[in-house]
Design a protein. Structure first.
Length: 241
């Protein structure tokens, strides 16, 4: 198997020129995009003023300064009567400039997607019979966290060692494992060139890819994924498969 091949398993709207406008009550088929009115400025004004007054009441003046408010402005806002404060908030003038940090928002969305995918993977592993040590190694979950997740998923905890696979089950597991490892390798553009020992141990796969293959086999053969993991772990540690 190729050692170089690695796998990695959230203002104003510009008016439409009068020549292009359709008469009132008539549709203009040439108009593909309908202008949308901008968000009223008071929505931004109100949100920011409310935040600044709250931060100032808690003594977080540095936070107010980071939002663009000088201490003098904060004091003036705090001293305003409700009617005057309402006039500030409802002012038609856009005295703030809202903007979106698209890169930061993309990172937030990506993290949410990754976190949700991880949750689905953990739940799937638990439902398919992952042991507590296995969940600790792959996801860093403590015994208490695993127990709580099992209760939430209504999965009964197992006590003692898992039963050993029969010879027939072991043969079926290894046959399927080798096939899946080779398929995954080819799907990433690598030709299987490693020794059978490396293929059987999944030595070139990262942990999440290994886990995914184990889960597939557990679902296909109705075997606890914990039993499959013990088989693979024994091979990876240098024992006989």
């Amino acid at each position: 198997m190729n050692r170089d091949c690695k796998f990695t398993p959230l203002s104003k709207v510009t008016p439409v020129p009068s020549s292009n406008r359709a008469p009132v009550g008539m549709a203009n088929n040439n108009d593909k995009i309908t202008p949308v009115a901008p968000v009223p400025s008071y929505i931004f004004n109100q949100a920011l003023v409310t935040l600044v007054l709250q931060e100032a009441s808690e003594g977080k003046m540095q936070r107010c300064k980071s939002l663009g408010f000088t201490p003098d402005l904060v004091l003036r806002l705090q001293s305003l009567a409700p009617t005057k404060l309402h006039k500030v908030v409802s002012s038609p003038y856009m005295w703030i400039k809202p903007s979106v940090d698209t890169r930061a928002l993309e990172l937030v969305l990506d993290k949410i997607d990754r976190d949700e995918e991880l949750e689905r993977l953990i739940n799937r592993a638990i439902k398919l019979g992952a042991t507590t040590p296995m969940l600790n190694i792959f996801f860093g979950l403590s015994h208490t966290e695993v127990a709580e997740r099992r209760r939430t998923l209504q999965v009964q905890s197992r006590t003692g060692r898992l039963p050993a696979l029969s010879n027939e089950q072991r043969h079926a597991v290894w046959e399927r494992w080798v096939t899946l490892v080779q398929q995954l390798e080819k799907s990433h553009g690598c030709e299987p060139a490693a020794s059978i020992q490396n293929i059987m141990s999944g030595a070139e796969l990262d942990e999440m890819n290994q886990l995914d293959l184990m889960l597939v086999i557990a679902e296909e053969q109705n075997i606890l994924v914990g039993q499959i993991w013990l088989e693979i772990a024994e091979c990876q540690s240098g024992g006989d498969a």
